[in-house]
Design a protein around this ligand. Structure first.
Ligand code: FAD
Length: 550
C-alpha cells in the first residue's frame, strides 16, 4: 500500500501516525506546503500574548521525529499541485528548488485545511493587516506587536478574533473589535454572549457590532480602518478573523464533489466521490450530528478524529464518522463560553421544534469558598425531551458541564436522563444537585407539566398593555436593586396571604432571581386558580436579553 497525505498538521499528521500503527509495511508520504508539521494552531494566540513563552512549545512534533518514530516520509515545503485520478498520481512541487515531480498512490488522503478569508476590499494588502493560520503568520504578528503597537483593530468577533483580543489586551494594546453581526461569537445565541460583552467592556475593549470594514488606508504611524458607517479607526495592526474557506482547489480541479460552501464531500467512511481518495478536517463537509444536515465545522477535535478514522478505513477497517456536533469553547480572561450541538437560532431557522431552559447555578456548592456562577441553557425536543444543544457561560466549571452535555447528546439522551445523571461530587467540585441535574429537573418538570414556563423574550415582545401581569416574587431589597419594568412585587413568602391583590382575569408571569422561587410561586398561584407561568431562568435571564446600559 502506498499512501500519500496532503497536509501535515491536525488531520494529516493524525492520519499518518495512525496509518503507521496499522501497517509497518505501507509506504507513507506526507506532503506539507509549510516548513512545519503538526504545530499547535490553537496555541498561536497565546504565544503573541506571552502566556506560551517559547515558540518551540508550539511544535507538537517535528518532521525528524515523525521520520524516526513513525518511519514516515515527511516532505515539508512541498506542495501537491494536482491530482491525476486516472493514473492515480499527484504532481508535486518542491517549493525550495521549484522542481516538480510525480508521485503515484494506491490511496490518497486530503487534509489541506481551510484558509483564512481575505475579503477583497480596498487596501486589504497593506502592510500591518494580518490573518492568523500558522507559525509564519504568528511570527509576523508577534514581531509587529514586539516593535510596539498602541492600537489594534480585530475584524471579526469569532473564537480566534476574541482570543487575539485577549492577548492584545495582555500586551497593553488598545483594541477595537468589529463584527458584522449584532453579537460577538456568532455560533452562540445572542443572549448567551452578554457576559462576554460585559467582560470585553470591563477590559476596555471597544466592540462595534453590526459594523464592517470598508477599506484600509495608509496613515502616518500606521493605518486607518474605514468602516461602512463612515467611522474611521486608527490602528498600527489589523487582524482579519472573518472566517475560513476550505482549501478545495486540488479536489475541485480533480473533479471531486464539493458542497455548496466548498467543503469536499465525503461519505461516512470519509471517502470522497473517488473511493481511492479520502478527505478530512477543515476542508470537508460533515454531517451535523444533531440535524443530519451537511455543514462545515473547522475545529481541531473533529480533524484529529477524522484523521484516525480515515486511516482505519484506508487500512481495511470499517469505521464510520458519526458527524460533528460543534462542541467549542472560548476562554476570555476569567470567563468561559462553551457550546455543543444546535443553537436556538439554528433550530428556529430550520423550523425545528424545540424547547429551552436556563439555569444559573454555582459551579460548586455555594457554601464552599470560591463558587462561581454560570448560566446554562439547554435545548431539547418539546415532546421526547431529546437533547439538541447546550450553551454555557460563566467561569470555572463551564467546560465540564458542556462536555457532559456533549456526551449526553452523542448518546441520544433526554432531559429525563439529566435528572438521573450521577456526577462526581465534593463541595469544591460540584453540588449534590449538579448544574446538569438542575437543568434536567427544570426541563423535565416543564415537559411533565409541573410548572408552565414562559420565555422572557416572548413576554417582553408583547405590547405593554397586553403583557401578562409581571409578578416579582423576590424580596423588596432584591426588587429595588433592579426589576423588570412594570413588575409588581409580592415576595413568595407573603404570596399566600396577599393573593387578593392579584386579578384573576389576567395571566400572571411570575419571576424571581433564577427561577426557583418563581416556580414555587407558580405552583401556589395555579393551585389557587390563577393562570400563571414562571419566567424561565428569572431576572438573570431577563438581564441576558436586556443588559443594563452603563
Ligand atoms: P490544518 O491544521 O490547517 O492543516 C492543513 C495543512 O495542509 C496546512 O498546514 C497547509 O499548509 C497544508 N496544505 C494545504 N494544501 C496543501 C497542498 N496542496 N500541499 C501540501 N500541503 C498543503 N480549533 C479548536 O478546536 N480549538 C481551538 O482552540 C482552535 N484554535 C485555533 C486557533 C487558531 C489561531 C487557528 C488558526 C485555528 C484554531 N482552531 C481551533 C482550528 C483548528 O486549528 C483546525 O480546525 C485544524 O487545524 C484543522 O486541521 P486540518 O488538518 O484540517 O487543517
Amino acid at each position: 500500500m502506498k499512501l500519500l497525505i496532503v497536509g501535515g498538521v491536525a488531520g494529516g499528521a493524525s492520519a499518518a501516525a495512525r496509518s503507521r500503527r496499522l501497517s509497518e509495511e505501507a509506504e507513507i508520504i506526507m506532503f506539507e506546503r509549510g516548513p512545519d508539521v503538526s504545530f499547535a494552531n490553537c496555541g498561536l494566540p497565546y504565544y503573541i500574548g506571552g502566556e506560551i513563552a517559547e515558540r518551540e512549545k508550539l511544535l507538537v512534533t517535528t518532521p525528524e521525529r515523525l521520520r524516526s518514530r513513525f518511519n514516515l516520509d515527511v516532505r515539508t515545503r512541498t506542495s501537491v499541485e494536482a491530482i491525476d485520478r486516472t493514473a492515480k498520481k499527484v504532481r508535486v512541487r518542491d517549493l525550495a528548488s521549484g522542481k516538480e515531480y510525480e508521485e503515484s498512490y494506491d490511496r490518497l488522503l486530503l487534509a489541506p485545511g481551510a484558509a483564512p478569508l481575505r475579503p477583497s476590499i480596498p487596501g486589504i494588502d497593506l502592510p500591518g493587516i494580518f490573518t492568523l493560520r500558522n507559525l509564519q503568520d504568528v511570527d509576523r504578528i508577534k514581531e509587529a506587536v514586539d516593535r510596539g503597537v498602541e492600537q489594534a483593530v480585530v475584524v471579526g468577533a469569532g473564537f480566534i478574533g476574541l482570543e487575539l483580543v485577549e492577548n492584545f489586551v495582555q500586551r497593553g494594546i488598545a483594541t477595537t473589535v468589529l463584527e458584522l453581526q449584532d453579537q460577538v461569537l456568532p455560533p452562540f445565541d445572542k443572549e448567551m454572549t452578554t457576559p462576554i460583552l460585559t467582560a470585553l467592556a470591563a477590559k476596555g475593549v471597544a466592540v462595534l457590532l453590526g459594523q464592517s470594514a470598508d477599506g484600509f488606508e495608509e496613515a502616518s504611524g500606521g493605518l486607518v480602518v474605514r468602516l461602512k458607517s463612515g467611522q474611521r479607526l486608527a490602528a498600527q495592526l489589523v487582524i482579519l478573523g472573518v472566517g475560513v474557506r476550505p482549501e478545495n482547489k486540488l479536489a475541485v480541479d480533480a473533479g471531486l464533489e464539493v458542497g455548496p460552501r466548498g467543503g469536499i464531500r465525503v461519505n461516512e467512511y470519509l471517502q470522497t466521490s473517488d473511493p481511492d481518495i479520502y478527505a478530512v478536517g477543515d476542508a470537508i463537509e460533515v454531517k451535523d450530528f444533531v440535524s443530519g444536515d451537511p455543514t462545515q465545522v473547522p475545529l481541531a477535535g473533529p480533524a484529529n478524529r477524522q484523521g484516525r478514522i480515515a486511516a482505519d478505513n484506508i487500512f481495511g477497517r470499517s469505521v464510520k464518522y458519526r458527524g460533528t456536533q460543534g462542541t467549542a469553547i472560548l476562554g476570555f480572561f476569567d470567563h468561559t463560553a462553551a457550546m455543543t450541538g444546535a443553537s436556538e437560532k439554528g433550530l428556529r431557522r430550520a423550523n425545528r421544534p424545540m424547547q429551552k431552559v436556563y439555569v444559573h447555578p454555582a459551579h460548586h456548592a455555594g457554601y464552599y469558598p470560591g463558587a462561581e456562577q454560570m448560566t446554562l441553557k439547554v435545548l431539547f425536543h418539546p415532546e421526547s425531551g431529546k437533547l439538541l444543544g447546550a450553551q454555557a457561560v460563566g467561569g470555572a466549571g463551564v467546560d465540564k458541564r458542556i462536555d457532559v452535555l456533549a456526551v449526553a447528546i452523542q448518546a441520544g439522551m433526554t432531559v429525563f436522563d439529566l435528572e438521573e445523571m450521577e456526577l462526581a461530587y465534593a463541595p469544591q467540585y460540584g453540588s449534590a444537585k449538579d448544574p446538569i441535574n438542575m437543568a434536567g429537573f427544570v426541563a423535565a418538570g416543564l415537559l411533565r407539566g409541573d410548572h408552565p414556563q414562559v420565555a422572557v423574550e416572548a413576554v417582553m415582545a408583547g405590547q405593554v398593555d397586553r403583557r401578562p401581569v409581571l409578578l416579582d416574587v423576590r424580596t423588596p431589597q432584591e426588587f429595588s436593586a433592579g426589576h423588570i419594568p412594570g413588575a409588581m412585587n409580592i415576595p413568595v413568602d407573603e404570596l399566600r396571604s396577599r393573593l387578593g391583590e392579584l386579578s384573576r382575569d389576567r395571566e400572571i408571569a411570575a419571576y424571581c432571581q433564577v427561577g426557583q422561587r418563581g416556580y414555587l410561586a407558580t405552583r401556589i398561584l395555579r393551585q389557587a386558580g390563577f393562570s400563571a407561568a414562571n419566567i424561565g431562568g428569572g431576572y438573570k435571564t431577563y438581564l441576558l436579553f436586556h443588559p443594563p446600559t452603563t
